[in-house]
Ligand binder design. Sequence first.
Ligand code: F6R
Length: 611
Amino acid sequence: MCGIVGYVGTENTAPILLDGLRRLEYRGYDSAGVAIQSGGEIALARAVGKLRNLERALEANPIRGTTGIGHTRWATHGRPSEVNAHPHLSGPVAVVHNGIIENHLALRARLVERGAKVVSDTDTELVAHLIHEKLREGHGGLEDAVRRALRELHGAYALAVMSRDEPGRIIVAKASSPLVLGLADDATYCGSDIPALLPYTRRMVFLEDGDLAVLERGTARITRLDGTPVERPSKEIDWSPVMAEKAGFKHFMLKEIHEQPRAIEDTLRGRLDRERGDIHGHEIGLSEDDARSIRRVFLLACGTSHHAAMTGRYYLESIARVPTTVELASEFRGRDPVIGEGDLVIAVSQSGETLDTLVAAREAKERGAKVLAIANVIGSAIPRMSDAAFYTHAGPEIGVASTKCFTTQLANLLMFSIWLGRRRGTLGDADARALVEQLARLPILMKDVVGGTRQLVMNVAKRYRDARDVLFLGRGLNFPMALEGALKLKEVSYVHAEGYAAGEMKHGPIALIDSAVPVFVLMPKDRWYDRTLGNLQEAKAREGQVIAIATEGDESAHAVSEDVIEIPLVHEALAPFLTVLPLQLYAYYVADLKGTDVDQPRNLAKTVTVE
Ligand code: F6R
């Protein structure tokens, strides 16, 4: 969704704001703008479309100054246009905002009645007018005006506000939308996401809901909305700026697909106890007693993370024998679910900020369930509200389509299931050792599969790039991979694709198959193999173009498929880590051949902080 950056320091701010916004591009946006304190005024530049347009506007009319705020907007109220782009001005006040002000209609009516000249369709402009009004009424300056304005706002916001009359100062505030501060000796930064600030500082402070901070050069004074001072400890972020760059790959998505062996290695590091066949579970935040007494597990997630959660259910049920439900967070929340003490919620979210997952987990916690977060962004909202956080270490994922975060989520879910299975006595020594050993080998296997299948997948993509519909079939652990293959293809190449449980084919979707439909069949050697092979033959009999993702040396797959993409023989729990790789590559290559905006597909945003 939208991105915010802010800078107070000694350098010329426009290039810093543009650079920060560029690093937030992956979140998705349709217009952008900056406001800079310059020569006793606030100068504004805004443009519709890509950041290049804003850059051109700034080249044509440069703005110099050492304090400024910038924004990339993903339209919610009002279409993408220059007038709707942030920052919004009212008198001396400039505002950028992420989130949604729920009482905007009533606010607009009140402000207009009192004489405000509202020029855009946005809720954010109303915030600027409201702060301006408070500034005129009060004597406490901008900080006091923001504080009083916020009392009248309902909804979600991350705000950055400046006044022409208070040079070298930015006020920021947060409720439900992410906001992080970056501290350096001679400058203070703010941003809606870590990558925006990474080249400048690794010392970051995560604000909590209801915090307001006054940023000046090199300092940040944080208070609650009522003015009570609070300390928020700073954290050193170990992501390097280079991790957020393309490193010679054409797109972030391709780079991140190739990075998966490294991401898995980082995620496993220090957690595997190979000697005992166990997992070091200190981060999991559950006692041995808790582990034994958990009644049920609820996995809550959205989109790709939901597919990881679906796989997690297989792990939890087969390894830890604990009854497990997987829920789309957007459907769980507000449904009045039967959940409470003794239940464990695992909220799976790469960003840690997805609003539906956050609200669903919060509702479960209020009813007495324990909440464990699996997230990739340290200090993000979901881990903060959870009882414990079991982080993935994928590094920053910039491509909007999740790849490396997905496989690291699988790794954490598998590790958690092993840990739980050991404590509940459902996973014996030998099985546990075998699983842990295979997990340790996973990075090498993944590297081989990415490297070994790349060319073949590219050829398959060339052949089927114009297919109108594509089917993905899988059973058991590979059913969620079929869904994931279809989602990846849809979101980056805009090709219609469906993922199905292979056994469901004859209950309807088989009617879709003809010689124009490529059908990917995920059929590693596992307990579902024979039945999946049967489904492959059914697809073939209807002239479907079958591409099998099968275990090396599978003669039956070769006999009936147009193409076979081979993966090594592994424990069935590990197969999804490998079968999904060619599917990610296929989605990428089709998208690249079609020339879509692979890293920022249309209409999508990386972090979905609206409902
Ligand atoms: C698809 C994708 C999305 C996210 C979903 C949840 O490639 O990335 O479907 O998985 O928006 O996001 P997180 O994991 O941040 O909660």
